[in-house]
Design a protein around this ligand. Structure first.
Ligand SMILES: Nc1ncnc2c1ncn2[C@@H]1O[C@H](COP(=O)(O)OP(=O)(O)OP(=O)(O)O)[C@@H](O)[C@H]1O
Ligand SMILES: [Mg+2]
Length: 269
């Protein structure tokens, strides 16, 4: 399902500047996009406009062919699921199974379908053995995985993850990578807000970069990393492997360690 944002501007009540400034972009069904930018650049504010948590003050947001205007989060929830930056802002039930079931239950899935969705999400994020636990007894990274499982179980065509890998270890990040590949195989769109440029370089082809609430870049990640001036103006640094590749004058520059090794072995031959 397509997302189309047209000239979206927004200012919080207590703010003395526009926190989003004429943001326009289109994200096609099945795309994987990174939403990046410095702290306070407006990433979370933009994400909240995709599921009705915030309403545009100027401009329009379309999900599919449908204009979101005055729609509640509950009305948007069948199309867009949003992972909150902090899992504790999301968790509200007393049992892990119930927490994962909360979203899809509210969307009206039948009880047999609901059970399948919950089981799949628990397995995907390695939480099956904790299904009877109280979420508040879990560690931070387990609660983060629980929040991820809850969002995935909603089975929406669009998923927006706000800092999904923050606080996860390498094994848990690989579970998330498996999940996003799975989602893409089902034709779902994934928007990922992150500060992790290594992750972006390895797993996300397109980046939208916000700077002070405005779109500073929208295009291929490779081209963004090549633009040193823009990157530093957005307080971003490309992955170390990319910087090393630049020092060695590789063309194209490596985005991943695997690409680096393959370029190196070609140049040695
Ligand atoms: N509830 C609020 N009231 C007033 N200003 C806010 C509110 N929430 C966010 N802001 C301001 O809006 C701007 C954008 O904030 P936002 O949280 O969208 O940024 P972000 O890109 O997600 O940052 P981070 O990378 O730190 O999560 C910031 O200047 C922030 O201080
Ligand atoms: Mg944020």
């Amino acid at each position: 399902m397509q997302i189309r944002i047209e000239n979206l501007s927004f200012r919080y009540l207590k703010s003395n500047r526009d926190n989003l400034q004429k943001v326009s972009c289109t994200i096609e069904a099945g795309e994987r996009v990174a939403l990046i930018g410095h702290n306070g650049s407006g990433k979370t504010t933009l994400a909240k406009h995709l599921n009705g948590l915030l309403q545009p003050q100027q401009g329009r947001v379309f999900i599919g062919n449908h204009l979101i205007a005055g729609e509640s989060t509950a009305q948007c929830a069948s199309k867009v699921a949003l992972l909150f930056q902090n899992p504790d802002d999301q968790i509200c039930m007393r049992r892990v199974y119930e927490e994962v079931a909360f979203g899809p239950k509210n969307l009206g899935h039948s009880s047999s379908r609901l059970h399948i969705l919950v089981k799949e999400a628990l397995t995907l994020f390695d939480l099956s053995h904790l299904s009877e636990s109280n979420p508040y007894d879990l560690g931070y990274s387990e609660r983060k995985r629980l929040a991820l499982a809850s969002i995935t179980a909603m089975d929406t065509p669009i998923l927006v993850f706000d800092e999904p890998t923050a606080g996860l270890d390498e094994r848990e990040i690989s579970l998330f990578i498996g999940a996003i590949h799975n989602l893409q195989a089902q034709g779902k769109s994934v928007i990922m807000i992150t500060h992790d440029m290594d992750f972006v370089a390895e797993h996300i082809p397109r980046a939208i970069c916000l700077k002070s609430g405005a779109v500073a870049y929208d295009g291929l990640v490779q081209n963004l990393f090549n633009n040193e001036e823009l990157l530093s103006s957005c307080s971003l640094r490309p992955p170390q492997v990319f910087q090393l590749s630049r020092h060695l004058h590789h063309t194209p520059r490596a985005l991943t360690p695997e690409q680096f090794v393959s370029t190196l072995s070609r140049s040695v031959q």
